[in-house]
Write a protein that binds this ligand. Sequence first.
Ligand code: ATP
Ligand code: MG
Length: 257
Amino acid sequence: MGQIICVASQKGGTGKTTTAVNLAASLALLEKHTLLVDCDPLGNATTGIGIDKGKLSCDLFDALVGRTYPRDILVESNLDCLQVIPARIGLHHAEKYLAGKPEPERYLRNIVREVSRDYEFTIIDSPPSFGFLTKSALASSDYLLLPLQYQIFSFEGLAQLLLMVRSIQKKLNPLLKIAGIFYTMCRNDSKQKEIYNTDFLHQLRDKLFSTVIPWDDTLAEASDLTCPVALLNMMSKGAVAYMQLAQELMDVLASDR
Ligand code: ATP
Ligand code: MG
């Protein structure tokens, strides 16, 4: 069974989707069989990896409500080793639809656990809140990977995030672990880095990845062109950094076995 990693943070615009798309693409380019699961009704990861939502006949919502078999919602990407479970706006209705059922979070978990058996890595993109879909995504995952925007205010939500992880571990998924935290959208300023590192919450210090994702306009450009940055410019700062993140993540997970 492969490893399931959820990219999550309650803050909006911290680079979750950019990370999910480019991390999944980097793993696939390293010839690791990878599944990207879009668990955000906005479907940005679906579009960002190059899938035209208008051409889909079904998506994650259809599997969640039992209209489709989980394997029937898989879509190919432009990379040989990467497949995608896409999402569209209708996924918003999942919470309402599953409300009242016992353990509604297990519906996503069952789908992800079934399909991810065929992959070495499953990367889940989640919405910017601790709502039903993010809880379901974390209930489905072995690991949480947290992108932290390179600003002082990013630390404000961390205590809340730790509480959320503990609550998920207690109620839904005792095996969930924090794989790591990494800085993203980092402008080149080492002085700032020192300040942020000394202020870093003590409990999480050993979880900080050495990989830092720099600010790189090529990442935003690739997202506009709906492709992973490595397919736009393999040598760009963003592509190199996400490849390094993939490598560091694999090392961390291998040493956790
Ligand atoms: P949301 O919470 O709304 O889902 P998100 O956390 O998924 O947002 P992204 O959509 O990945 O965040 O990124 C927000 C914006 O920042 C996007 O326009 C993206 O292209 C851009 N971006 C992400 N990472 C970088 C980076 N390292 N350098 C430059 N731009 C970036
Ligand atoms: Mg997003």
